[in-house]
Design a protein around this ligand. Structure first.
Ligand SMILES: [Zn+2]
Ligand SMILES: [Zn+2]
Length: 252
């Protein structure tokens, strides 16, 4: 997978490898190797052979809810840490618990919408898709609670399994950032209205576009890498729209 040189690498599904999509689509030898090893498992333990097919009918699983809950809690903590520099946000929460938690809840909603968009999109294309935390993501997101400037909000990814074309992978990846762009636009429009002109709505728009832009970075485990690989024009368009919106929200 390019990240982990573990024994599990031959069966990336087993460790929810974030690079699984590459194995599935980019390098036929790996897929070939998996196919060869499959009958061996079929004889020994049929339940290992079809872990995903068995779950395909279910929309979610206990494991996914568990991973998503932890992810959401960490993301909410990052949201709370945005209330003030250093550790002054702790004091802010104590003074304005309702305002702080409603902002954090909005922040968490932006993250969950992003992940659900990937999931719904993948399911639409007939793939198995569930959210899983990953070591790098959860570490960077946890560090973001304490880091003063850089805020990474990506504790995991929606792991997709099944036979997919370049286009399907690209579109599934695009669904996440696109959702955040739309939400950012809606929140920003709402913040212009006198009834909703609270700072939390405006900062929600800013955060949403930040999540979109961050995920559009065309490297590594980010959605941007998959979109760039599928269609460079679509990637450039979505990246530019996010960048323009971010500038708009920051300076106007
Ligand atoms: Zn791997
Ligand atoms: Zn994403």
């Amino acid at each position: 997978c390019g990240q982990y040189f573990c024994e599990d690498h031959r069966l990336p599904e087993n460790h929810n490898c974030p690079e699984l999509w590459r194995v599935r689509t980019r390098s036929p030898p790996s897929v070939e190797r998996e196919r060869i090893s499959v009958p061996r498992y079929e004889v020994k333990e049929p339940s290992i052979m079809y872990p995903f097919k068995a779950m395909r009918k279910e929309w979610t699983s206990i494991t996914e809810i568990y991973h998503l809950t932890i992810g959401a809690a960490v993301v909410m903590a990052v949201g709370l840490s945005l209330m003030g520099p250093g550790f002054s946000w702790v004091a802010y929460i104590i003074q304005n618990p309702l305002a702080a938690f409603s902002s954090a809840l909005l922040f968490m909603t932006l993250f969950i919408s992003h992940e659900l968009a990937h999931k719904i999109s993948a399911k639409h294309f007939g793939l198995w898709a569930e959210f899983r935390l990953n070591v790098i993501g959860i570490s960077l997101t946890t560090l973001s609670i304490f880091s003063p400037l850089i805020k990474v909000v990506s504790p995991g990814t929606v792991v997709v399994s099944g036979v997919a074309s370049k286009e399907v992978i690209g579109k599934t990846a695009l669904a996440g950032p696109l959702t955040n762009i739309v939400l950012a636009f809606l929140l920003y429009s709402a913040s212009l209205h006198p009834l909703c002109s609270s700072t939390s709505v405006a900062s929600g728009a800013l955060l949403s576009i930040w999540i979109a832009l961050l995920n559009l970075i065309p490297v590594g485990i980010f959605d941007g890498a998959k979109i760039f690989w599928w269609n460079k024009t679509v990637w450039a368009a979505s990246f530019c729209i996010s960048l323009i919106l971010l500038m708009l929200f920051l300076f106007f």
